[in-house]
Write a protein that binds this ligand. Structure first.
Ligand SMILES: Cc1cc2nc3c(=O)[nH]c(=O)nc-3n(C[C@H](O)[C@H](O)[C@H](O)COP(=O)(O)OP(=O)(O)OC[C@H]3O[C@@H](n4cnc5c(N)ncnc54)[C@H](O)[C@@H]3O)c2cc1C
Length: 282
């Protein structure tokens, strides 16, 4: 299905954006993890949000989510792993694709640091998307670096299409197919020449043609490399528009202060701007 707006991220900024866009009658799909898995769900007390003193982060997220659902936003649980900007936007989640005419980025901040070599070999053997790139590595040795909930399932999928998978993580997940070799390791480095040749794990090389690094969050600039940033945050104007036409951003991803009130306000502005953009398009 094609939506007017896809919102990437189901934290306060994304949920506020979804509510705002539904208020203007636009169809909205929110892509994000379960609210229980959002960073804010860990907050024992939130005391600085107007009108809701003394709530936990979990209570707040549950109420925000309920309100966005009641307003008619659709939800998909999962991680957006690839994004194509061409005559609108196409976002991949697992093995499914979703399309929209405008996009609001609200993925929070990506806390995971990149491994040495990851950036250099992105698109030359390093991938974040099993569905998009798996077929390129049929009958070839690949490594899956499991840093997210869905990683073992995606490793099983890659094996099912004929990739020769080795799984690297801190512990072997229960759901990983028994035939997939597991290597425990923390200090990782991507090695290569023109393309990837190996993953070094605690000093030992695992030769491979591809490395799938599967985290719960993917930095927006990895999804959309043409996005301009400033001091690590997505650059936006006062309408929360980015430098990419039809793409708006809100919340922690646009920089400090990293606070709920700012995220909610920016989400609302991004929604109104996206609606105005769509109205002009039509
Ligand atoms: C423990 C804790 C306590 C806090 N306490 C307070 C407080 O008391 N007051 C206050 O104002 N602020 C507090 N904060 C900060 C506040 O939580 C953030 O400023 C706010 O949540 C930012 O909202 P956001 O929607 O921009 O990002 P987030 O809340 O981070 O939500 C973004 C969501 O998008 C998801 N996501 C990222 N990439 C993808 C992808 N590729 N596909 C799908 N989903 C993706 C993320 O997993 C995340 O769930 C606290 C934060 C923490 C961690």
């Amino acid at each position: 299905m094609t939506y007017d707006i896809i919102v990437l991220g189901a934290g306060p900024a994304g949920l506020s954006a979804a509510l705002g866009a539904r208020g203007r009658g636009k169809s909205v799909l929110v892509i994000g993890n379960r609210w229980q898995d959002s960073p804010l769900a860990k907050a024992e007390l939130v005391d600085n949000y107007l009108g809701m003193p003394g709530v936990t982060g979990a209570q707040m997220l549950e109420r925000f989510t309920e309100q966005a659902v009641q307003a008619g936003a659709d939800f998909v649980t999962g991680r957006a792993v690839s994004l194509m900007a061409y005559e609108g936007f196409m976002v991949t989640v697992g093995s499914d694709f979703y399309q929209s005419s405008a996009l609001i980025l609200a993925p929070g901040v990506t806390r995971a640091a990149k491994y040495p070599g990851e950036e250099t070999y992105l698109g030359r053997g390093v991938s974040y998307c099993a569905t998009c790139d798996g077929m390129l590595y049929r009958n070839r040795d690949i490594v899956v670096v499991g840093r997210g909930h869905e990683a073992p399932h995606e490793a099983n999928y890659l094996q099912s299409i004929g990739c020769k998978v080795t799984y690297v993580a801190n512990a072997r997940p229960d759901v990983l197919n028994a035939e997939i070799p597991f290597v425990k390791g923390a200090r990782l480095e991507v090695k290569g020449e023109q393309t990837v040749t190996a993953l070094s794990v605690d000093g030992q090389d695992i030769p491979c043609a591809g490395i799938f690094i599967l985290r719960d969050a993917v930095a927006p600039t990895d999804l959309l490399p043409q996005l301009e940033t400033e001091k690590g945050a997505i650059r936006v104007d006062r309408a929360m528009a980015t430098n990419v036409e039809g793409v708006f951003a809100a919340g922690d991803c646009t920089g400090v202060p990293l606070q709920i009130a700012k995220a909610v306000g920016e989400g609302h502005i991004a929604a109104l701007s996206a609606c105005e953009y769509l109205d002009k398009l039509n």
